[in-house]
Design a protein around this ligand. Structure first.
Ligand code: SAM
Length: 231
């Protein structure tokens, strides 16, 4: 993460919510897949779900794509859309797609908010935001991906009863998200005992960032359910 002025920030668009967009050089094989496979599985923002009528899930900030690939492998009947601006992450994800021969992953190499904005209403069954950049300093909180605007957009694209999973190992980000989601009135939080947020959900796949244990608390898992539209 950086104190620099945001690169590529749109004049009136959301603040940059991510740190580096590139780190180490990309290995030749992954670079090759970026040229050959990525164009075939890239999301077309003009029609992000064209030709697809089955269930669709969305992962925001998939990092190296391990969770996205594992979920896609388990649920071949679901199309999983993933968004990630970090080029090394996208390169890793296309490798997983190729190695695991996944036909149901589509990737947006860029800001998830652009993908969400392009999605039709009630098109998505599940959204994952797993271990997002914590932006722990108070002056950076406005860069957190969880903001009222994004929550309203996620509520728009989720079908009623659809689920939003948020996970973090930063205590303050868990509080931040819970407070904003509940205040939005758009989601229910059906948890009723500590194990509901302290224990990984049964279908969770441990992520690379989660394994690093860089936060200040044990992982917290918040599973929200989109409320039905008010009549
Ligand atoms: C801390 S990493 C966690 C990655 C992965 N979810 C994991 O748990 O291993 C957060 C990721 O979110 C991505 N990210 C940040 N802002 C984003 C945005 N607006 N749209 C999509 N991805 C974003 C970052 O590039 C980074 O890869």
């Amino acid at each position: 993460m950086t104190d620099d002025p945001p690169i590529g920030q749109k004049p009136f668009g959301p603040l940059r919510s991510y740190g580096r967009i590139k780190s180490r050089p990309i290995k030749a094989r992954q670079a090759g897949l970026m040229e050959t496979l990525l164009p075939q599985i890239a999301v077309d923002l003009a029609a992000p779900l064209a030709g697809w009528s089955g269930p669709a899930w969305l992962e925001i900030g998939f990092g190296g794509g391990e969770h996205m690939a594992a979920q896609a492998g388990r649920a071949p009947e679901v199309r999983i859309l993933g968004a990630e601006p970090f080029v090394n992450g996208v390169a890793s994800a296309v490798r997983h797609v190729e190695e695991q021969e996944l036909a149901n992953v589509r990737i947006h190499h860029g800001d998830a908010r652009d993908l969400v904005a392009a999605l039709p209403d009630a098109a998505i069954e599940r959204v994952f935001i797993l271990f997002p950049d914590p932006w722990p300093k108070a002056r950076h909180h406005k860069r957190r991906i969880v903001q009222p605007e994004l929550l309203a957009e996620l509520a728009r694209v989720l079908r009623p009863g659809g689920r939003l999973r948020f996970a973090t190992d930063w205590a303050d980000y868990a509080d931040w998200t819970l407070e904003r989601v509940l205040r939005s009135g758009l989601f229910d939080w059906p948890a009723d005992r500590a194990d509901d947020w302290r224990s990984p959900p049964a279908d969770h796949v441990t992520t690379r960032y989660e394994q690093k244990q860089l936060g200040d608390c044990a992982p917290v898992f918040l599973d929200f359910v989109k409320r039905p539209a008010l009549k």
